[in-house]
Design a protein around this ligand. Sequence first.
Ligand code: G1P
Length: 301
Amino acid sequence: MKNPIAKVLVPVAGLGTRLMPATKSQPKEMLPVGRKPAVQYVVEELQAAQLNQILLITGRRKRSIEDHFDSEPELIAALEKAGNEAALDDLKFLANGAAQFFYTRQSVQRGLGHAVALGKEFVGSDNCVVALGDSLIAAADPSAPIRGMMAAHMDLGAAAIIAVEQVPPHDTHRYGIVAVDGAAPPPGEPIAVTNIIEKPPAGTAPSTMAVAARYIFSPAIFDALERTAPGRKGEIQLTDAIAALIRMGQPVYAWLLPPDQRRYDVGNFESYFRTFIDFALADERYGYMVRQYIKAKAYEL
Ligand code: G1P
């Protein structure tokens, strides 16, 4: 069956200031998580969901992302000549799927909403997915949340479906938080969102359901973004544009990730280390070795 959505925006323009000096000259999205740079997981998740037109919204010092996804016939030919099957296997992602990559640059740091708005012409009158380039989904099938959300989006004719995850109450100030009527929804079922607030001050969050880096939008989001004034930190917040959609009476839904589909990110060192460790532990080639090492190490701690 043809995918109802083909276009996806992947914002990767953030400066990575919380990851200095590791991100002084390289994008945070290129930090390795196990054997791959973080953003490769995101692209593979999108390809698995047959989202084949990928616009990466980059910025200064982000050129290595473009190089990473560029096919490199000379390198492949040299590896073939040398009979280096292992390296060829590791570079298979370059030939995977029918994905086309597009790039645009956000040259001023005006926020996530501003970055997404740069995709307006690319998306046109289609629906689109937004996947934050520093956030990974760990699951038996990492494309499951997006595929479920796309199906729900089509059924509901929604203006937006937002993946959310449960976070501890003391962490709500780090995320966009959604409000719903009544109790938290069952995982994997859309529930109407009545409000959404970007990083509410401690103690003021309307729930513990945090925006989890994957969104589906109708083109209405671009009109809402155009009308969104700078908010938190003087930046145009995607969350504020979603709140505007809700105020306009547009249908906006949350999609709670089940416990076996987890979001990870490389936005700060704490979450980066956690992400690296969990993905290394789950690595099909090196996971066993890492587990043995950590078990032995745990005795020394
Ligand atoms: C962004 C969004 C926030 C969301 C978070 C994780 O924040 O603005 O609403 O909860 O990603 O998906 P950031 O982590 O870029 O500060």
